[in-house]
Design a protein around this ligand. Sequence first.
Ligand SMILES: O=C(O)CCC(=O)C(=O)O
Ligand SMILES: [Fe+2]
Length: 204
Amino acid sequence: MAMSREVCEEYAKELEKLAYKLLGLIALSLGLPQNRFHGFFKDQISFVRLNHYPPCPVPHLALGISRHKDAGALTILAQDDVGGLEVKRKTDGKWLWVKPTPNAYIINVGDIIQVWSNETYESVEHRMIVNSEKERFSIPFFFNPAHYTIVKPLEELTNERNPAKYRSYNWGKFFVTKKKSNFKKLDVENIQIFHFRVPKSELE
Ligand SMILES: O=C(O)CCC(=O)C(=O)O
Ligand SMILES: [Fe+2]
């Protein structure tokens, strides 16, 4: 898939606009001013990735992408009609196939919005299963705040009755640590958002 630097940059610029719109809607849905999150993205470290998954006769041995949650704020995913993305349903732990919808994006809320919203929003666990016959392309855009952002539940959304469910953490450090395990088929990721979860016993 040939994509020139200019096309890639233009694509990222347009998706950034879409991401700000979504962020505004999420803020409003939480009862916050529309631009509440915008400041975190002044020096954002967002990026586009071009994924190519060649066909593989033994899919379970292939790389694909093993189960994970997106660590950033939002992911906007464009995919072709092959499919292979699965999301885990929280209620019963079942993996559900995400049916490709032509000309539609898949929007993933990431861990950061889970923490900012003190779990009103939750990032979903997902994975990518390679196809035995067809190659697949996908283009995720990862919308991430500045690396120096200290992520923690927003003060407006926490109080005595609803205490912060997460300890604060440095986003850049989290990102770099996670990167070290990227694309390895680990059963357990090296750093996960629940490591920053305040234990239930301390919340009561
Ligand atoms: O290719 C896909 O559909 C998913 C990619 C993905 O989950 C990721 O890069 O974080
Ligand atoms: Fe992902």
